[in-house]
Design a protein around this ligand. Structure first.
Ligand code: NAG
Length: 252
């Protein structure tokens, strides 16, 4: 049975109870299939009927009947529960609606994981008073579930670690940023470890303290600027020299 059929089938008429109020009315029914196992053994169907944002009654397949939450809802729940033909369809919906749809959605969406792009960089260098901060970022991954952790010589560090929530890009992809505040010691190895459904094993990214990328970039930009400046100055000078050499001096 399709969801549409479920919706059309139900003969709910709550509107009559709410006539006389000023603005519009909004009645809706949601069908939720809730599960966390891949074999769908814990599948639960929830059918919720709401009117103007108030949920009046709900069917929970673990309970096996409709339960009303308002005066009107209690009446409708009673009616539904007595309607054997309808209840038969609702009870079958875990198998006819939830499980097949979950299968379609999982193979089309959930199981299509996308690997994150990882960057590991220095967010702050250590100075006399403050420890250094490293930032490990994962971009453009799917699904949302991810774990980013920090290792010092292969052992997980738990203190001085702060992490953002997974942030939705709005295009099905997510990003997350994790910071580690630490006092660098020579000879140690700091790594960022990322675990995600798209990886067959945890991925470890080692921090290379000899090349702080920010500094390297600043030096590179400065050096290119200097070279460019010298070239332009030299070109200008040559141009000026050529021009003044080509001028004919006319005696007066
Ligand atoms: C559905 O009913 C079961 C059993 O009473 C309960 O454990 C579960 O929390 C209910 N689900 C929801 C979303 O209300």
């Amino acid at each position: 049975m399709s969801l549409l059929k479920l919706l059309i089938f139900h003969p709910i008429l709550m509107l009559s109870a709410f006539t006389g109020t000023a603005h519009g009315y909004y009645e809706y029914m949601t069908a939720e299939c809730v599960y966390s196992t891949s074999d769908y053994s814990d599948m639960v169907l929830l059918l919720s009927y709401s009117f103007n944002h108030v949920m009046h009654l709900q069917y929970n397949s673990s309970v096996g009947k409709f339960v009303g939450y308002t005066e009107q809802g209690v009446k409708h729940a009673e009616g539904f529960n007595k309607n054997q033909a309808y209840m038969q369809q609702v009870k079958a919906a875990v198998d006819t609606f939830c499980r097949p749809n979950a299968q379609i959605l999982d193979s089309a969406v959930r199981d299509k994981s996308v690997k994150p792009m990882i960057t590991l960089r220095s967010a702050r260098q250590a100075d006399g008073s403050r420890p250094a901060v490293l930032m490990c970022s994962a971009y453009e991954f799917y699904p949302k579930k991810i774990k980013v952790s920090w290792l010092r010589d292969g052992k997980e560090m738990t203190s001085d670690v702060t992490s953002t929530m997974e942030m939705a890009n709005g295009n099905w992809f997510y990003q997350i940023h994790s910071h580690l505040e630490y006092t660098p010691k020579s000879g140690e190895k700091i790594s960022c470890m990322v675990e995600h459904a798209s990886f067959s094993k945890p991925m470890i990214y080692d921090w290379d303290p000899s090349l702080p990328e920010g500094e390297r970039n600043k030096i590179a930009i400065g050096a290119s600027g200097l070279v460019l400046g010298i070239i332009i100055a030299a070109a200008g000078l040559i141009y000026y020299k050529k021009k003044s050499a080509g001028r004919i001096l006319v005696p007066n």
